[in-house]
Design a protein around this ligand. Structure first.
Ligand SMILES: Cc1cc2nc3c(=O)[nH]c(=O)nc-3n(C[C@H](O)[C@H](O)[C@H](O)COP(=O)(O)OP(=O)(O)OC[C@H]3O[C@@H](n4cnc5c(N)ncnc54)[C@H](O)[C@@H]3O)c2cc1C
Length: 271
């Protein structure tokens, strides 16, 4: 059952940051609500104030420029991303991960920002953002900072964000445009489902990055590989980086095995 809460729908960035500064721990930002409302209904989260980001001027859409790269805003939905031509042409890995997230209906509401702030180990967007060297622009009433996604996740459902901070933009550097990439996600069913494991791979200019979801407390980036790395070296680096557990969805051993299978398949696919 939902506990009582107040609701605010600010129209400007300034109003939103004022509200966040005044309420601190008592406030929760609402984007698509596909995580927040589930958590509020279960009683896991009981905000005094829910602040809707969707009506803030300038908070929706995607922008691309050769100078700033790809910029996704606080209300950019997963389907906005999939509809964007620059994303499909320049960042196929982002589109591949977005396409595997939930169902069309959920993707119409769910935002990229909400997905990473929720910080589930099985986030589908995190592997692409990690592989592509993306950064989070974080704002509060007192200023703005940028954090690379490889430093953003601090634990299961935990991030570097403080109570009065907003994740305002996600920025993918322009130089990652044109990178080849693909994503493999293991699910219990053929339809939409949370991942049992997910592996993303990106290759560009001799460099290779791999990121894995659902195999550690946070999504994991495996750096330091290159296009000439052997499958054995890639598998060994990935195994070293992950720390899967057994849970009701599958065993630790099955997760380890499937991560290796996916790494080998992705290496073949992106040869
Ligand atoms: C049926 C179903 C299936 C799903 N399947 C998948 C799946 O396959 N893969 C997957 O990865 N996820 C899945 N999800 C989870 C969810 O859809 C995603 O995590 C989604 O992207 C969250 O975005 P949202 O806009 O709905 O976030 P919200 O629920 O609005 O917010 C999520 C969290 O982020 C905070 N927040 C929102 N905006 C900001 C901001 N600008 N700054 C700081 N904090 C902010 C909120 O306070 C909240 O804590 C599924 C959910 C459902 C209900």
């Amino acid at each position: 059952m939902l506990s009582g809460f107040n609701y605010a729908a600010p129209r400007t960035r300034g109003e939103l940051l004022d509200l966040l500064a005044a309420e601190g721990q008592g406030a929760k930002l609402l984007a698509g609500g596909t995580d927040l409302l589930v958590n509020m209904r279960s009683g896991a989260v009981k905000p005094r104030l829910v602040i809707d980001v969707k009506r803030v001027e300038g908070f929706s859409g995607i922008e691309w420029s050769a100078k700033d790269g790809l910029v996704m805003k606080a209300s950019t939905t997963i389907n906005d991303l999939l509809r964007d031509r620059e994303v499909r042409e320049r960042f196929p890995l982002l589109a591949a991960c977005a396409h595997d997230l939930a169902s069309y209906q959920v993707r119409n509401r769910a935002t990229v920002v909400g997905n990473v702030v929720n910080a589930s180990p099985c986030s589908d967007m995190a592997p692409a953002l990690l592989c592509l060297g993306a950064r989070a622009r974080i704002s509060s009433k007192t200023g703005t900072r940028e954090v690379p996604f490889k430093e953003f996740f601090t634990g299961v459902k935990r991030t570097v964000l403080k109570a009065d901070e907003l994740l305002e933009l996600i920025i993918v550097p322009a130089e990652e445009g044109g990178a080849r990439g693909s994503y493999r996600k293991l699910k219990r069913i053929n339809g939409h489902d949370l991942g049992i494991v997910g592996v993303a791979m990106m290759k560009k200019g001799g460099l290779m990055r791999i990121a894995v979801s659902s195999a550690a407390p946070t999504p994991v980036l495996v750096d330091g590989l290159n296009e000439t790395s052997t499958p054995e070296a890639a598998v060994a680096a990935v195994r070293k980086a992950i720390s899967p557990i057994s849970d009701l969805r599958c065993s630790k051993e099955y997760r380890e095995h499937m991560v290796e299978v996916f790494v080998r398949r992705l290496l073949e696919e992106l040869k």
